[in-house]
Design a protein around this ligand. Sequence first.
Ligand code: HEM
Length: 131
Amino acid sequence: MLAITVENMRVFLHVLAATIWVGGQITLGALVPAIRGFDGVTKVAARRFNQVAWPAFAVLLLTGVWNMLEVSDHYSDAQSTTLHVKMGFAILSGVAAFLHSRATSKAGLAAWGAIGVVTALLALFFGVQLG
Ligand code: HEM
């Protein structure tokens, strides 16, 4: 069997946090139409999701910096550009999710929710390219 390395743990934690941040948003978004009819349930579900999503986002940022320190010295110009674009989308996904959680109008909720998911997916895609 392969030896378990620190690199394995670094990537495992980064990808685990990405599954929660990205997959959680998609799953909650899919559930909302089903639970919307029950008074207050969407709010309770969103509040509970936030309790795992924001720690996951913090882990993404911390392990993202850790990844960068380990691998970016050997990056080509193209890889560095992809990394910077990816970091931009990661930050945007956090800002959009924050504004989504603060939005009070239906349009604001929908727009920031959609921007949050799309930017998180783009960060995920560029992460896979780098991995
Ligand atoms: C929404 C936020 C993010 C998502 C969804 C995400 C997702 C991913 C994924 C899926 C990988 C591929 C792992 C692999 O297969 O080896 C990856 C790699 C990577 N990520 Fe992220 N990431 C995010 C945020 C960040 C941030 C903020 C940084 C930098 C500060 C970062 C830096 C990196 C680096 C350098 C790699 C390459 C790691 C390696 O080659 O060992 N990520 N990311």
